[in-house]
Ligand binder design. Sequence first.
Ligand code: CP
Length: 327
Amino acid sequence: GSHILSVNQLDLDSIHTIFSVAERMAPYALREKRTRVLDGAILGNLFFEPSTRTRVSFGCAFNLLGGRVAETVGMASSSLSKGESLYDTARVLSTYSDVIAMRHPDAYSVREFAEGSRVPVINGGDGPNEHPTQALLDLFTIQKELNQGGRGIDGMHIAMVGDLKFGRTVHSLSRLLCMYKNINFTLISPTELAMPDYVIADIENAGHKVTITDQLEGHLDKADILYLTRIQEERFPSQEEANKYRGKFRLNRSIYTQHCKSNTVIMHPLPRDSRAQANELDNDLNSHPNLAIFRQADNGLLIRMALFALTLGVDSQLEKYECAVNW
Ligand code: CP
């Protein structure tokens, strides 16, 4: 029944619980079974910043458990644009809903909102700070992908590439990975877009190895996981400023084949920037079996269903409220 604002609230036990409930969601996500366990419940899905995957998968996850979704899309459509505080917004909207998912362009805004909320709030991304549900679905994907090849998370090598300064998914994922043993981090970014010092400190204090570089080639040969990110142009003061960095690091089939192990798993939180001047992950890898980007998005639905079931305390009642699939 509590908020999910940061990965720092989690430990290995709670992560394992979330993953085991997520596994039990597969038949419902695949429409093999149906449950109405959240019949009558309402999700407030509040997205004050653009989103495709996170917003729609939060909404569909809630629908798949039998609940209903009330949405606010964009800052302009909400009274925040008239100067209303996050506290007042939360106080009001939390009367209408049983749980709230929220994305907002400012760091720590979701925490501020949660202080005014009378129901649990789940952080769907607060500016450049954190994206805890993405980190959980990334970790869930990493575990599945590595286990399939007989590998595990302990001792693995991960290369994170791109905008590590503003990329909130890598901030959250790094902290989750810190809970495992002997992770080798290679952080590849333009110097100006390096991983924040406080995240690097967390990694080092947990005893993991960190290599920091601004070169892609020559640093990929040990990676079990290659995690690419987009230049977060919406966080830059101008388009021109962001353009300085777009296209600096690109992965395509020929670079992958030349520089990575044959079992390197390719990940990206998406959206990837498909415009020619950026194109950090080329379409010529779309059919590659090691490309896990759409499996990440698929896993996001399971993770968000699990988080709702656990937050609302119905994870043991999924089967009890099963009903027929009638389409
Ligand atoms: N990965 C992710 O957060 O995607 P959206 O911005 O489309 O929600």
